[in-house]
Design a protein around this ligand. Structure first.
Ligand SMILES: *[C@@H]1O[C@H](CO)[C@@H](O)[C@H](O)[C@H]1NC(C)=O
Length: 380
């Protein structure tokens, strides 16, 4: 046998041992059982148009991103009216007068003219039965988000980075939108430099959702609080939503991280909340939140006052035993470093956990050691 044939053989056997391209791991918590594109043969889009087509068609697909898909400029720019509700200093976000938001809600704000990228405003439609995954740390979508709406279900988004959606402007775009959906798993995704919400679960039912190992990077030069921290983090106000929020690194925000309302049962476990300039949780009427094993570091206001919904903050071992009846185990205490207080002992909603898939909980000490290194793109 010649040397080149040997090499070819070696290469072939090498490739045969590489596992198939696909989703890594499985969802735990409420979206457990999600399969996305399942075992469909992976497709590798090469253009933004091809990516849009694969995401939106009615085939089950495993879609692999191997590079940056830059949507900026693909739909042109729009010049229109806007306003400056938080002032005109260079660190402040301006707002686009989209759907007359400035006219209706900020009538006293100075008005201005804004030119923004059209592609950012509305995300790419994602159909049912899709896995969207990135290769290594290469899978980046720039200038446009994702929309999982109109009954779409069984979707996995893993190991990608969504960035640069008109970050100067409120209403410039949301990174990931769910509204009228079911069984969605967002895992090891990073979002940064977003105009509006990083993740928004709209007012229709989003049903079963797991958001895990996410990096929400709120660092920005254009903030509604004019202080380098993004205000519009996570917005969960669906009419019938079960949200597991586990192992996420949520940092440099100034509000709504998360804002919870509607009829949302939120299990926030082992998240690392870091460096907020204002509040993290906003608990509106209808929210039911169990928070355990989280770390708050440099968060002056873990929860905004007043709390209108139901909140259990797993304060101590005695109180946390209340979890056992419905979660099958005691809850883990949260941990705080240079942070304000976070207190709630409402257990009246715990029966909603019955017969659901419940995420396991590690200690806050382990979350403190692991989450920052594990969350976001390029970590699996
Ligand atoms: C998604 O997959 C399921 C199971 O194979 C199938 O029943 C359903 O019709 C698919 N949905 C769409 C929109 O293709």
């Amino acid at each position: 046998m010649q040397f080149t044939q040997l090499l070819a053989l070696a290469a072939a056997s090498c490739f045969s041992t590489v596992s198939a391209v696909g989703v890594v791991g499985a969802a735990e918590g409420f979206a457990k059982g999600v399969t996305g594109g399942g075992s469909a043969t992976p497709v590798y889009p090469s253009t933004t148009a091809e990516l849009v087509s694969y995401l939106g068609d009615s085939s089950a697909r495993v879609i692999v991103l191997t590079k940056t898909f830059d949507f900026t400029g693909t739909e042109g720019t729009v010049t229109g009216s806007g306003c400056a509700p938080w002032g005109t200093a260079s660190g402040c976000q301006l707002a686009i007068n989209l759907h007359d938001w400035c006219t209706d809600y900020q009538p006293d704000a100075p008005t201005t003219t804004i030119t923004y990228d059209a592609a950012g405003v509305l995300g790419i439609t994602v159909g049912s039965n899709k896995s969207l995954i990135g290769q290594g740390s290469a899978g980046i979508i720039k200038g446009k988000g994702l929309r999982i709406v109109s009954g779409a279900s069984n979707i996995i988004i893993q190991n990608i980075h969504i960035t640069d959606l008109n970050p100067q402007y409120v209403w410039g775009g949301d990174a990931i939108t769910l509204d009228n959906s079911d069984l969605v798993w967002i895992d090891h995704v990073k979002t940064s430099l977003i105009g509006r919400q990083h993740i928004v679960l709209g007012e229709d039912a989003s049903n079963r959702v797991t958001i895990s190992n996410h990096e929400l990077d709120g660092s920005t030069s254009w903030s509604a609080t004019c202080d380098g921290h993004h205000y519009w983090g996570l917005y969960f106000t669906g009419s019938n939503d079960l949200v597991t929020l586990k192992g996420n690194y949520i940092h440099h925000t100034s509000g709504r991280s998360p804002k919870v309302g509607g009829n949302t049962l939120l299990h926030a476990v082992n998240n690392y909340f870091y460096s907020s300039s204002d509040h993290m949780f906003e608990v509106d009427s209808g929210a039911m939140i169990l928070a355990e094993g989280n770390v708050f570091q440099n968060v002056p206001t873990p929860v905004l006052s007043p709390v209108s919904g139901k909140l259990f903050t797993s304060p101590d071992a005695t109180t946390n035993a209340a979890c056992t009846t419905y979660l099958g185990r005691a809850c883990q205490v949260n941990a705080f470093g240079s942070s304000g207080s976070f207190s709630g002992t409402d257990t009246s909603f715990f029966s909603n956990f019955q017969n659901k898939n419940i995420a396991s909980a590690d200690t806050a000490a382990n979350a403190n050691s692991n989450v920052v290194n594990n969350a976001g793109i390029g970590k699996i």
